[in-house]
Design a protein around this ligand. Sequence first.
Ligand code: C5P
Length: 235
Amino acid sequence: MGKDVIIACDFDSKEKTLAFLDQFKGRKPYVKIGMELFYAAGPDIVREIKARGHRIFLDLKLHDIPNTVKKAMAVLSGLDVDMCNLHASGTVPMMRAALEGLTRPDGTRPLLIAVTQLTSTDQETMERDLLIREPIDRVVMHYAENAKQAGLDGVVCSPLEAEKVHSVCGKDFLTVTPGVRFADGDVGDQKRVMTPAEANRIGSDYIVVGRPITASPDPVAAYMRCVNDFTCDPE
Ligand code: C5P
């Protein structure tokens, strides 16, 4: 399973997204569609990219009462996406309901992964706004264990947390890690970053890469560099 580079297609229209993907010609990279593009272009963008032969991670981070999430997941599953996600803070019953909704009549379903604590939340914010007083890495591991207990396939986490998630939840529990940058590239607004080669060494299953590819003068070359660095055998 896994070990792939997922391109975060953070565009605000269908036209920009398809023009971007056109550059890849015969190649069919794994594509992440987030809230911006989904809310701008609607479910049709998912159908269109899927029809072109790409795999899709639909990053909508659901969080609501179990019944609502279950029904929403059934709709997303019908779009034939390959991976989708929710917030682990929605609790174990919500995650179990999501899995039920996602499972198709023939027993197949997209991968379901959980967001633990967003990387934009730090210890201080978590204590002040959420009244959670445990150390943040303990909270992240607890949410990962809840996701595993609920039957999910893995978590989205910082590359720095991937090794620990694997040691706590097992090697087969997927880690999907954003915050990836080339050693010679711009960090932008990401705080804690890793190169694709480092993410490979620490055992990330999928890396999510946006601007280092989408803002590159040669997106295909940047994508191929990510794939090579991430998938070659670490020395
Ligand atoms: O452009 P960049 O490589 O920073 O894009 C990273 C992608 O991963 C964006 O779509 C961002 O929303 C997403 N993401 C993240 N950090 C998280 C969860 C998702 O950067 N903790």
